[in-house]
Design a protein around this ligand. Sequence first.
Ligand code: NDP
Length: 397
Amino acid sequence: MNNLLIIGAGGVGNVVVKKCARARDIFSKITLASRTLSKCEKIASEADSPVEIAQVDADDSAQVESLIRKTGADLVINVALPYQDLSIMDGCLAAGAHYLDTANYEPPDEARFCYKWQWDYFDRFKDAGLMALLGCGFDPGVTNIFCAWALKHHFDEIHYIDIVDCNAGDHGHPFATNFNPEINIREVSAKGRYYEDGKWKETDPLAVHRTFDFPEVGPKEMYLMYHEEMESLARHIPGIKRMRFWMTFSENYLTHLRVLENVGMTRIDPVLFEGRQIIPLQFLKALLPEPSSLAAGYKGKTCIGCIIEGVKDNKRKNVFIYNVCDHQDAFADTGGQAISYTTGVPTMIGAKLMATGVWQGKGVFNVEQLNPDPFMENLNELGLPWQVVFPDTHLVD
Ligand code: NDP
């Protein structure tokens, strides 16, 4: 699995390519493909070793299949958009390549991401002798691994998980999103949801909030949201009683978002404009800065981690595992900002573990189903060192 095809030349794609291009002992051939070829050219020209480029519309599985055959790729990394997950998985099955992504499938006309569509591919990947690894960014991705590692080394049973995600960086724009604007705004404006006693409970969008004192960042207001890793963790962490996800937003971001929602700019249904149908959120995306363009002047840090409570040797115990990433350090390493970096580095690590056979499987897997130890070691070595604090950080009140 050393011939890599990376699809998506955005903020995350930039980091994945640059990190993989420094690991030529593992990846003998790397091709970057995306809808806009000029974006591939720019990233390839900045990489530390030769990267081939190609144009592809990954909504079309036949194009994906033919590109896999042409490049001879045996592992495809999908860092395009969640809308392309199924067409890229279909292309992989048709051409016989393994698959890895960072975000679960979401239909373009409905803001409802969930794993069911991709989990349904299990038998097809298994029968083809192929592995599909889902959600290998930071959240989902590293947060799942933190839980799996905690379960392996610190707990007999995990009962409560609070995932806390803070970006305390300043990019200098009045309003911008740190990853694809369309996907980001769909996620943030959706209803909140958390898992308790075997059921999913809904809250109004961003209605529940708390202050949390983030390491190296300080106290920030964070909001309860639904996030996809909870769906797979609910399936894979036995005995879990409650799981919540919290993300920080500045007052400025929330005010802009409220105005955009109120005037209808976040709608995803078609609207007739000057004789043609447009989707307001797609139009808004065209106006907002590209996530990759935020990197140069971005200052400040992110802190993302898992506060976990459970039982070890019949005693209650708390653990807080987290990473702090500095936007300027991310930029110095890859020319990307910290959100792209914290996503792209774990993606590269997942690909590395698959390519070297450390992580193996036939079928469709979430990262917490695999051995967390080599992944945790690689995080420390490849730019995302983590810390463990226990027992003094408690669950969110
Ligand atoms: P960007 O918008 O910066 O990049 C997306 C790229 O995908 C663009 O280059 C775009 O091309 C390309 N693309 C879109 N549609 C197609 C298509 N049909 N065929 C081929 N290429 C296409 O987004 P990011 O890099 O910020 O995010 C990439 C992915 O990472 C997203 O799925 C996002 O949800 C995920 N993510 C995951 C995180 C995690 O922690 N797990 C965190 C952050 C992001 P073009 O420029 O032509 O539009």
